[in-house]
Design a protein around this ligand. Sequence first.
Ligand code: NDP
Ligand code: X2W
Length: 335
Amino acid sequence: MTIRVGIVGATGYTALEVARLLLAHPEAELVAATSRAEEGTSIAEIHPELAGRCEVAIESLDPASLAKKCDVVMCCLPHGASAETCKELVAEGVRVIDFSADFRLSDQVTYEKWYGVEHPWPERIGSTVYGLPEFFAEQIRQADLVANPGCYPTSAILPLAPLIANQLIEATDIIVDSKSGVSGAGRSAKVATLYCEVNESIAAYGVGCHRHQPEMADLVQRIGGQEISLLFTPHLTPMDRGILSTIYVRPRNIHAAEVMACWRKQYADSPFVNAVDHLPATKHVSGTNYVQMSARDAGDRIVLVSAIDNLTKGASGAAIQNMNVMFGLEQTTGL
Ligand SMILES: NC(=O)C1=CN([C@@H]2O[C@H](COP(=O)(O)OP(=O)(O)OC[C@H]3O[C@@H](n4cnc5c(N)ncnc54)[C@H](OP(=O)(O)O)[C@@H]3O)[C@@H](O)[C@H]2O)C=CC1
Ligand SMILES: CC(=O)N[C@@H](CCC(=O)OP(=O)(O)O)C(=O)O
């Protein structure tokens, strides 16, 4: 059986990456795509990279019709707008992978504090599986709705969670310093992502108030089983894609070698997580679904470095990995 996939929000960057990955997937096919602005065109007209390879028409969103055509829908909308659409799609009986942050957190109070809006479907906050198959594959397999992880959180949770779970580092002294390519900000026009703003420049943003800070802390706590506090600072860098996170932790009588050993044991059966001896760079994982991470002793700290591609393991590759789990395929199929 071929898995029939639909994309909502087909004009964006993550949608393009889903379509690109589906072209190489042996068990799944893109059958429908929707957009508010580009109804009546085709996905190849909007994304010329796909010309001659993918001629799916773009239609306006009708949840009932999409549910009839699809086994799973990739909902590639911004947070806020996404929850409402996910609710309608799930009500129509189709399985949904939500790319936004709307269902990732454990509780409504934290969501409304950090996102500044009322949640349209609060019953599903805290009862939607977080789409990180490295830890939640069993729940993902059964799910009607999967909350695909945030890009920065993926780069921090994978290195940190096993170290907290095994009590190898101090839980209240963690600094996550991340750099992202500009595609992380999406395709819609914003002054902050104009060429002259980002070219030849690196800037911090969201200092002390970025909404991925509670997501990282929440998930590391849930997986690690103890309360943590962390400080997260993102930076925008003049690259198309990629995230590099440098994470400063305080060891509890261990060295970097024990961190590497812990990761290798934890992720022995996780095909996309690689503890590597070299210091990872975004180029090492570009266009792939891999996470590379490494650890170094540095005075009274250990420094962890992780690299992912924000559009692949940070979004669309992770969604395909989740889809594979939901439909009983190997996690690596098509990736
Ligand atoms: N870019 C990345 O690296 C990552 C993105 N994500 C998340 O994935 C989702 C998609 O991201 P990305 O593809 O980059 O975003 P884009 O901005 O590139 O695309 C989002 C699409 O959603 C549609 N849209 C925008 N606003 C609304 C709205 N108010 N109501 C309905 N539809 C709307 C637009 O399509 P149209 O106007 O044609 O309808 C747009 O093309 C977001 O939630 C993002 O936060 C998660 C991890 C990484
Ligand atoms: C570079 C850049 O702007 N990155 C985005 C995060 C990427 C993302 O899409 O996060 P969500 O899925 O949680 O929305 C940001 O900082 O908001």
